[in-house]
Design a protein. Structure first.
Length: 224
């Protein structure tokens, strides 16, 4: 039997970036002539770029400008790379799980310089076994594809594996993939919304999860 894995979303879960992403999307959309309420954008954080734009602009929006909007967001967000801040105990949590024998996988749509900046902010490369990009699969969250792709990176099975994330998209994807979904409130999503989306445990942040690790699914060796 394959060893169950610990799969982590990054933005809003391990690194405090959700509001930065939302501001950059808000500005990029505004530059393209779209006035979208900030709260609507914040609620879409966690979706891939194409799905986010569809979510905030509607299924019937003109997609010809999507690439430029995404590029604008990427350029604006890049100005924050050297100031990205991890959540308290994020590195400690990853290292503890690594010591306990969990393969640790980061599941993120980030790549290139953005991924490098996120990993530098977390500062726990010694505990990270693999990184899976949502860009490598046909469908992003809330489809299970990105989570299953993450498991493939470490040859792990869904049964017994645990996914930690901050968005309803994370919880839906993890539940659909057959993992044990753990939600954290650090991304700004209400507890009730995470539970409704499939979260089986919810913590304030990764610091609380680290403090209560023994009582979590990790301590129970993945009660999925």
């Amino acid at each position: 039997m394959n060893t169950p894995a610990a799969v982590f979303d990054v933005d809003g879960t391990l690194v405090d970036t959700n509001h930065l992403h939302a501001v950059c999307w808000w500005e990029a959309l505004r530059q393209a002539g779209h006035r979208v309420p900030f709260t609507a954008i914040l609620g879409a954080i966690g979706l891939g770029s194409a799905d986010l734009l569809t979510h905030v602009l509607g299924e019937d929006h003109d997609r010809d400008g999507d690439a430029d909007i995404s590029a604008g967001h990427k350029a604006l967000y890049g100005t924050y790379y050297d100031r990205l801040a991890p959540f308290d105990r994020a590195a400690d949590l990853l290292r503890q799980l690594h010591v306990e024998g969990w393969p640790v996988v980061l599941a993120t749509s980030a790549g290139g310089p953005e991924l490098a900046a996120l990993r530098a902010a977390i500062d726990a490369d010694d505990a990270i076994d693999a990184t899976a990009s949502a860009d490598d699969v046909a469908a992003g969250k809330p489809a299970p594809d990105p989570v299953l792709h993450a498991l493939e990176q470490v040859d792990a099975d869904p049964a017994g594996s645990v996914f930690v994330g901050d968005s309803v998209w994370d919880m839906r994807a993890a539940a659909s993939a057959g993992l044990h979904p753990i939600g954290v409130l650090s991304g700004g999503v209400p507890r009730a919304d995470l539970v409704a989306a499939g979260a089986r445990e919810v913590y304030e942040d990764v610091a609380e999860l680290f403090a209560k690790l023994g009582d979590s699914a990790f301590g129970r060796r993945g009660a999925a």
